[in-house]
Design a protein around this ligand. Sequence first.
Ligand code: XCC
Ligand code: SF4
Length: 632
Amino acid sequence: MEEKIYSIDPVTEELARKAEKEGIETLWDRKKVMKTPCGFGEQGLCCRICAMGPCRISPTEGKGAQKGICGATADVIIARNLARMIAAGTATHSDHGRDIAHVLHMAKRDGNYKITDEKKLLNLAKEWEVEIENRDIYDIAHEVAEIALNEFGKPFGTLRFLERAPEQRKSVWEKNDIRTGAIDKEIATIMHSTHIGCCADAKDLVHKGMRASLADGWGGSMIGTEFSDILFGVPVPRETEANLGVLEEDQVNIIVHGHEPSLSEMMVLAAEDPELLQLAKEVGAKGINLSGMCCTANEVTMRHGVKIAGNLNQQELAVLTGAVEAIIVDVQCIFPALAPLTKCYHTKFITTSPKAKITGATHMEFEEEKALQSAKEIVREAVLNFKNRDTKKVFIPKTKSHAVVGYSVEAIKSQLDRVVNSQLDEGGTLKPLADCIASGVIRGAAGVVGCNNPKVKHDYGHVELMKELIKNDVIVVTTGCAAQAAAKAGLMSKEARKLAGKGLAKVCELVDIPPVLHMGSCVDISRILVLVSELAKLLKVDISDLPVVGAAPEWMSEKAIAIGTYVVTSGIDTWLGVVPPVTGSDIIVDILTNKAEDIVGAKFHVEPDPHKAAQQMIERIEEKREALGLAT
Ligand code: XCC
Ligand code: SF4
């Protein structure tokens, strides 16, 4: 077999080669045409903020332009660019959260959107001091939704969910003025402060970025997760399969791709509709096979076990199988390349969100007021497209992997509870996990998250890092495209405990879990925040004291920058496998990879080699253990 060049995933490799043979362009071809990235852009040294520019600063001190026309230095330009990336990422996750809160606000007993988890709603209502006695559950839901919607623009006060952090963490934020106010305000403040002629203090801009990033993790993302759970159910462990081998030759294949579960949940229902199944039979298909891509896949696999077609770098390859009747998208991480590509096949490319129209796609707006009806119309289009499939072009790779997914914090607790049979408090406790960490059976925990990026061999960063960590008794929790890489590589099957160190393997066996836990989509990194907060409270320490680390080995999006920043600001050291565009400023690099520790107790590390990164992460975990006086 030829050497793998694009991916460690054989399916991806096979289809990328098919594309090559057929002369179909993919991201890897476009990357080749792009050649070397712009050196100024790569280091963050280019400013396009006003029309006196664009200004680009020479990377060599004393040679060429050292300042922009307005006098902005490299430090300021880079800090502004970074802050804007954080603002964009925060806006994106938060707008997702806002949409889900709106959906809860419109939920009704006889509507398309209903309350699925009353307990989670009531817990949140209590947390937010909403009256629950003698009230209709839907009234409570609407009031809770309204409070959440006010989190985006309230004129006074700080974010409610920040209260979930341990006291020590809250005082770190308080002391450093990082306690976030209204979500939209933080984003607007960054856009204002980075306008020409406004803030020109690099340090202060990073500080603003940190504060806004909390509005992502502890704001919009957490609202997204909580409200999705209330509406569609708290995930529990269930089995699924992953990789493009989940496509079926004799069925109508529909892929849902993007992020928000308000669409994909309805697509799941529509794909089970008896009339549409009947229609599928009439067009000669054996059924309707729905699978997911990117974070939408994570949402529906966590709650329904819907199969995972693949992660970011595989979206074009799905079309290349020639077996997909429709790829239905909403928002984020959707390659515009799908529009011309789907024209080479029979695949319908259907956009549904007014926020993400794409030239060349068919736009069928998804109307939440008549959600199920909209979803059925979309599925119908896909079914009717089955007859246009060109069997000569069909190639579905055989490979797929088995995975267990659905590890919400609630699910982890009840899984632990089954073992220790504690029945102490309803809903279980993380104490057994804290005990395992304290005794050293498990050395610590790592969150491995984020995207794919063609700067890294596809999935290599994720899979190698995770393997190395579990081998060293570090339990891994994961979300996003990293989670899908793990699922495809078999790391989410219970047999994967064979790859774990002795201690972790033992725990996996006892608790009946895989060594890598799927915690959901990228907004669900908020679940990880809740998890570490509870662990810290159990051990009576700050989050930054825990033997816990984070990594984004193949990150690419602005969302990932916002995530990395809130994870660090929440006290967790974070390893990046791709260098962020800040290297043109020594001051910024020093803040992010060094001084941040003095402020928030954690910092960024940049290490493209996953094996080296794993070693550094393990060392860090051991340092934290030692400082806490935990078993060596
Ligand atoms: Fe997008 Fe969320 Fe990144 Fe994957 S991991 S490429 S942001 S789908 Ni969020
Ligand atoms: Fe140039 Fe300053 Fe305008 Fe940026 S803001 S483009 S550095 S003049």
